[in-house]
Write a protein that binds this ligand. Structure first.
Ligand code: UDP
Ligand code: MG
Length: 321
């Protein structure tokens, strides 16, 4: 790593007043010991405690610490985005405020970014105590399913420590609760990716923002969107909705047209066609077919609007010479 490489550390914080000061202290210490040039961006995501006061105090004392105070709780994905938007470093690394992953592990992430990886995921080893067996089973299953859907083999998607190169950050757009699928989205940019084992210890203070069963169900529902987005992101103007829905619609409409023609012939030959189920089926086919073609057209428009209104490109370039 060049001595002056700036590393942006992004920390989303929700009710972390007892943790964030120790996280700052640890990061400043690490930067000093290792000679890293850090820019630390703490995003207060609508905390109900005094997290923002602590962040502001530190931001006044240390020039490398910057604070962003969200107007309300927008969720972890939005907090990441707020931090990414403010970041200027060549590397961007997310860190959870709760110190569940000892900060020394950042060294591993930074070393791998130095090796040329665009995305470094971390796998929290020893995350599960015996009492959490049920949570482990659920989380493990969800992770397996996600891996199947996206084809990206990562052991731990929920880990808060993740490293990115600048090109990925400039393209990454997280909406809703997409932070759970970061490795999968990142893969669509053609990133060089790797996962590294890190230690884990339970938080001393505060509670996890995600508890209970709701999360598992939501994650499974989000998978449908994930599959769709990955498919279109990889080949945006190849699997074009206009072609896909247009072709399907054309076939369905044609079938409807043929059967209507057949009924017309019967009618001309003097048969009664009013009580034939085929009549209803033909009408249905024509309506569905036309709708499908229209959906394809709308899809084309939406996709163009999507790429043109976001900074997201349909491609990512590593370097030019
Ligand atoms: N977080 C946030 N907004 C939220 C929920 C969580 O900024 O709405 C932060 C939280 O303060 C922590 C990180 O995101 O720094 C991960 O959350 P948490 O530790 O609660 O989740 P877990 O480790 O159980 O996945
Ligand atoms: Mg945590």
């Amino acid at each position: 790593m060049a001595k002056d490489t700036l590393i942006s550390i992004v920390i989303p914080c929700y009710n972390e007043e007892k943790n964030i000061d120790r996280t700052f202290d640890g990061l400043l210490e690490l930067a000093k010991n290792k000679g890293y040039r850090f820019e630390i961006i703490a995003v207060n995501d609508g905390s109900k405690d005094h997290t923002w006061h602590v962040i502001k105090d530190y931001a006044e004392k240390f020039h490398e610490i910057k604070g962003v105070n969200m107007m309300t709780n927008f969720g972890q994905s939005a907090a990441y985005m707020a931090g990414f938007d403010k970041s200027t470093g060549e590397y961007v690394i997310t860190v959870s405020a709760d110190l569940e992953i000892p900060l020394e592990n950042l060294v591993k992430v930074i070393d791998l970014l130095d090796e040329g990886y665009d995305f470094v995921n971390t796998n929290r080893v020893g995350r599960w105590g015996a009492e959490k067996a049920s949570r482990q089973a659920k989380s493990g299953m969800a992770n397996k399913i996600i891996t199947k859907v996206s084809g990206i083999d990562m052991k731990d998607r929920g880990s808060g420590m993740k490293g990115f190169s600048r090109v990925i950050i400039d393209n990454l757009r997280l909406y809703g609760e997409m932070h759970r699928f970061i490795p999968d989205y990142v893969s669509t940019y053609g990133a060089r990716m790797i996962e590294v084992d890190v230690e884990f210890k339970d938080r001393d203070f505060g509670v996890s923002a995600y508890r209970g069963n709701k999360r598992t169900i939501k994650v499974l529902l989000d998978l449908v969107t994930l599959a769709f987005l990955i498919y279109f992101a990889k080949k945006p103007f190849y699997a074009m909705p206009g072609r896909l829905f247009g072709f399907t619609g054309f076939v369905i409409t044609s079938l409807g047209g043929i059967s209507v023609f057949y009924l017309l012939v019967l009618k001309i030959l003097g048969e009664d066609i009013a009580n034939r189920p085929l009549l209803i089926l033909s009408i249905l086919l024509i309506i569905v077919g036309v709708q499908s073609m229209m959906t394809g057209l709308l899809g084309e428009l939406t996709m163009r609007t999507y790429f043109e209104s976001s900074k997201r490109k349909t491609y990512t370039v590593r370097e030019v010479a």
